[in-house]
Design a binder for this molecule. Structure first.
Ligand code: HAS
Length: 543
């Protein structure tokens, strides 16, 4: 891609990996504290570290990586960015970076120890909410950059179906834009006036609802770029074709429709929301599982169709024909494999009765370390192995494949111990988000301790894996041999049907999305406003 676009993409990746490092340090320390292995010096708090870990990895690493990757992908598939798109991209980057720096400083100063969900009545410094606003508004500008470039391509190529990657990038950013409206409303209308002291109280139920209106699609904002890699990049790397362009687009459209009106599945144990609306949103949650099942089907089909011409026989003969030594493939593939149990865990969470058992336990923490911190993160690492040298004008040497694969294996082992222990001890009732405690030596809590130690061991292995990753990426950015590394983009199989233009009818899909959101949220939100219990004055002195 052009130097200017490479530069824009690269600056996003730099911030992403700095955040990954800082977030990993906070993660390592908090797991060691929690298991009772260390005590923190200098008045640093467990929840302060947990906030830094969640914000830096869940919000900063992901958002910057995703936008950097999508910008590069768009430049590759639709041509060099227009001046307007590039300007929007840079403005977005600068605002997001300013918000991130301000937010991280406040977390480090212990002025925003509210965890990444910033639930009221926990109250942060008002400037933390201002920082969040900058981050979100900045990301909107980046989204507009992507829309602008896509629109430009469509204008230049009237009547043609857009390149698959650019279509997927538009859906990802559209999803983000619609979802962040919830968090923007909550921050601007509730948190900022309340934390500056302009109003005395806050409607807690409404703020949590607006958070989860955003919080669930947030997880698909993380997932879709990984799916872009699985659908578009992986087929090229394994020497195959995309099974069906139309199926891939349809699954993305379904994510747009069904990933937003489902936030109540995070609030199944929240009083104040009537069971009918929870039921409706659980039904919609089961709808959003379908595009993932379609994705699994499509991936198996791609693997099999690629293996057959290479002589693969029998039901699983294709397995041996996959390029297991290629780090660009291996990391995302392990991510895919992990997504099978991770997705099953999500289906358990979404089932109302089972949610009563797992909600607010370490099981949920285990779930999201398999989904976002394994399937998504490993895919992002796999992308970085070729994207970084592509952007810096270098190549990916053979030995890096080997070390990259060691990195992936270390990650899988670390996660097996950490997330496995979280899942099991969660079923025994161990709550999430608690500092080291034995609850007055209660036998149950004492019984959880060995699992917490296993979590710390897994966390330490993950930390070593991060150091290895950052070493490899620095090598690729600064020291690898000069040259040009391929930006792999797959093509649809010749036998597959062309995607119908209907899939690019944005008015239709945005219309249906808005309709579903209104159905799922209007009455419950009116109820929350009308029957609001006395608001909370807020609590900022907990730690
Ligand atoms: Fe989740 C909580 C339900 C997916 C992330 N989730 C969370 C939280 C996070 C998170 C961060 O219903 C905690 C939030 C907090 O702080 O409180 N989740 C689901 C469901 C899915 C799901 C139904 N979650 C994700 C993804 C995430 C993520 C993806 C991040 C990226 N989740 C919940 C619920 C809760 C929840 C409740 C609230 C719990 C509570 O009470 O607090 C589904 O989307 C999952 C569908 C996935 C599948 C798997 C398809 C498999 C594929 C791979 C195929 C593999 C191949 C390789 C082809 C059905 C596509 C084969 C190769 C060979 C060689 C064999």
């Amino acid at each position: 891609i052009s130097r200017q676009d490479a530069h824009l993409s690269l600056v996003h990746l730099v911030i992403a990996f700095v955040a990954l490092f800082l977030g990993a340090v906070a993660g390592l320390l908090q797991t060691l504290v929690r298991s009772g292995s260390i005590t923190l010096p200098a008045g640093i708090g467990y929840y302060q570290l947990l906030t830094a870990h969640g914000v830096l990895l869940g919000l900063v690493f992901t958002t910057f990586f995703i936008i950097g990757f999508l910008i590069a992908g768009l430049s590759k598939t639709t041509g060099t960015l227009t001046v307007k798109a590039r300007r929007l991209g840079w403005s977005g980057f600068l605002l997001m970076t300013a918000g991130t720096i301000l937010g991280v400083i406040l977390v480090l100063l212990n002025k925003a120890t509210v965890l990444y969900t910033f639930y009221a009545p926990l109250q942060a410094s008002p400037w933390f909410y201002v920082a969040l606003t900058l981050l979100v508004v900045g990301s909107w500008l980046s989204g507009f950059a992507i829309f602008q470039q896509y629109y430009h391509w469509k204008k230049e190529n009237k009547g043609e179906i857009s390149p698959l990657l650019s279509f997927m990038a538009v859906i990802t950013m559209l999803l983000w834009l619609i979802a962040t409206l919830g968090v923007a409303a909550s921050v601007l209308l509730q948190f900022i006036p309340w934390s500056f002291g302009w109003v005395d109280t806050i409607n807690i139920l409404l703020s949590r609802t607006l958070f989860w209106y955003f919080g669930h699609p947030l997880v698909y904002f993380w997932l879709l770029p990984a799916y872009i890699c699985w659908y578009v990049i992986i087929p090229k790397i394994i020497g195959g074709k995309i099974f069906s362009d139309a199926l891939a687009r349809l699954s993305f459209v379904m994510f747009l429709l069904f990933s937003i009106p489902v936030g109540f599945h995070h609030q199944l144990l929240e009083s104040g929301i009537s069971p009918f609306w929870k039921f409706l949103q659980v039904v919609l949650t089961f709808m959003v599982i379908i595009p993932s099942l379609m994705t699994a089907f499509s991936l198996f089909a791609t693997f099999e169709l690629t293996g057959r011409p290479k002589g693969a026989k029998g039901l699983f003969g294709w397995f041996k024909k996959l390029p297991w030594k290629d780090a660009r493939f291996f990391a995302p593939m392990v991510g895919m494999l992990i997504f099978i149990p991770a997705g099953a865990g999500g289906i358990i969470n979404a089932s109302n009765q089972m949610n009563q058992v797992v909600h607010n336990t370490l099981w949920v923490t285990g779930h999201f370390h398999l989904t976002v911190a394994s399937s998504v993160a490993l895919t992002f690492f796999g992308i970085s192995y070729w994207l970084i040298p592509h952007l810096t004008g270098r190549t990916l040497p053979k030995k890096v494949h080997l070390f990259g694969n060691i990195q992936t294996i270390l990650w899988a082992i670390g996660m097996f111990f950490m997330s496995g222990a979280m899942h099991v001890v969660g079923l025994f009732g161990a709550p999430r988000r608690t500092a080291y405690t034995t609850y007055g030596d209660h036998p149950d809590a004492v019984g959880w301790m060995s699992y917490k130690v296993a979590m710390a061991v897994g966390g330490s292995i993950l930390f070593i894996a991060i150091i290895l990753l950052l070493g490899l990426l620095s090598y690729l950015a600064f020291f690898a041999p000069k040259g040009s590394e391929e930006f792999p983009i797959g093509e649809a199989a010749a036998e597959s049907e062309k995607a119908p233009a209907l899939l690019e009818n944005w008015k239709l899909w945005i219309g249906v999305t808005v309709f579903l959101i209104l159905v799922a949220y209007t009455i419950p939100v009116i109820n929350m406003i009308e029957h609001a219990p006395p608001g909370s004055p807020g609590f900022n002195n907990l730690w």
